[in-house]
Each structure stands twice: as C-alpha cells, then as structure tokens.
Design a protein around this ligand. Structure first.
Ligand code: PEP
Length: 254
C-alpha cells in the first residue's frame, strides 16, 4: 500500500478581513513551524492571496484557491484564471465545491473543465464530490459520486488523477455541524478508491482522498483514523487557530 502524506486544507470561504487574516496566518505558521510530516494548505478569498503568499513564503504551508475559471483569459468579467492563481503562488485549486455547484449552477461538465484548466496551469485540483441528504436517503450516494467522478475522467482521462486530490464532502454535513460517522466516510472513500482502481490500481492507491463536512478538533482523530481518509478539507473550523492546529495535529496519525 502506498504511503499517502496526510493533507489538511483550510477553506476560508468568503470570510475574514485584511485585519483578521493576519493573526490567523501567523498563528498557523507558528503552530506548524517545525518539520511537518503532513501537508497543510490555506485557501483564502482571492483578494487575500497576495497577503497570504507573503506570509507563507518561507514556510512549508501551501496556498490554494477556492475556485478557478475553466477559461484561459479574455472578456469574462469577474473570473480569475488558473494562470493568475499560479502567479500568486497557488499550488492547489479547489474545484466543484458543493457551494459552487448548488449556488452558482456549476455542472459536472463545468467542474471537469475547471479541473483540466487548473492542471494545464500546473495547479493541483482538489476535486470535491458529495451527495445531498435526499440522495443519501434514497441510496444514491455511490451513483452521485460516480457520476461526478466520471465527468472528470471522461474529459481528462484517468492519468490526470495522478496529480490531483479528491475531497469527499457530503453536502448534508457541510457547515451544518452534522458530521458523517467515520464509518460513513470510510465507506465512500473506499468506494472512490475502488472506482479509480478499476482504471489504474497504482494511482488509486496513491491518491489522497480528504473528508470534509463539519470536521472539528473533537472529531478529527476518529475520522482521520479511517484507512482511506487521508486528511480533511476544513471550512468553519479553519477560521479558529487552535481548532485548526489541533485538526492538523490529528492528521499526523492518518
Ligand atoms: C467546506 O466548506 O468544504 C467544509 C467542509 O465546511 P465545514 O467544515 O464548515 O463543514
């Protein structure tokens, strides 16, 4: 079995101000200073990328974006391209977050294009997949995840997943305080790995699959202890330094 380096990604969403993100960045830098056996990334709002890049520049903490355009450049008011994100030292780009899918109408195909464009710009896409509550309740979780993954596989090919991260985020658990049980998370993570293994065994063994959905310091260890969980995508709890650092420490045992 491949040794997968745990990854914890902070998704700050549309939160913070120039004043409030400074102590947050400093707190994370100070708390993770010595040679870290896990990988940590921060995804601030676009406008704070420059500030974050400056603060993180002599650390091992990576920078990521919360979204990325599927387009290269041009008359697309309000869009931010993958190349621009690369310019600001981004390493990762979240694509297909459920809030983008639900609130901004991002389809599976658009997400696949974003994935492709991010990789073209040498960003590592963090592809979010996850089911809604009614889909879980009707037993459709696997079908939904499969459809979301297949849209990307069909566009970019399976080999592209060698340089990607997947985040399983059950929509009913995001920002709701309702976390999937470790067993529910493991079940879907194992399914994702199996689905990828049908195409490429070695890649499936090596890809990191993060869990996201109301992860906090209090529940991180039991979730991260599951065999196919390789870290977390953290929303609300990433805005609290102590919570976030404790989640990072919990990931050491992944
Ligand atoms: C997220 O936004 O990806 C997320 C997991 O949020 P929260 O941790 O707040 O549920």
């Amino acid at each position: 079995m491949a040794q997968r380096r745990p990854l914890v990604v902070a998704n700050w969403k549309m939160n913070g101000s120039l004043t409030s993100i400074r102590p947050l960045l400093e707190g994370v830098c100070n708390g993770l200073q010595e040679g870290c056996d896990i990988e940590v990334a921060i995804c601030p709002p676009y406008v704070y990328l420059a500030e974050a890049a400056e603060k993180l520049k002599n650390t091992d903490i990576k920078l990521g974006s919360q979204n990325s355009s599927h387009l290269e450049s041009g008359a697309f008011t309000g869009e931010i391209s993958a190349d621009m994100l690369k310019d600001f030292s981004c390493v990762f780009a979240i694509v297909g977050h459920s809030e983008r899918r639900a609130l901004y109408g991002e389809t599976d195909n658009l997400v696949a294009e974003k994935f492709m464009r991010a990789q073209d710009a040498a960003l590592v896409p963090i592809l979010c997949v996850g089911e809604q509550l009614h889909e879980r309740e009707s037993g459709d979780t696997e079908a939904v995840i499969e459809r979301q993954l297949n849209a990307v596989i069909e566009l970019v090919g399976i080999a592209a997943f060698k340089n990607a991260v997947i985040a399983y985020e059950p929509i009913w658990a995001i920002g709701t305080g309702k976390t999937a049980t470790p067993e529910q998370a493991q079940e879907v993570h194992a399914f994702v790995r199996l689905l990828l293994a049908r195409h490429d065994d070695a890649m499936a063994d090596g890809i990191r699959i993060l869990y996201g959905g109301s992860v906090k310091a209090a529940n991180a260890t039991e979730i991260f202890n599951m065999a196919d969980v390789d870290g977390g995508l953290i929303g609300g709890a990433s805005l609290d330094i102590d919570e976030f650092l404790n989640i990072c420490h919990a990931a050491r045992g992944c």
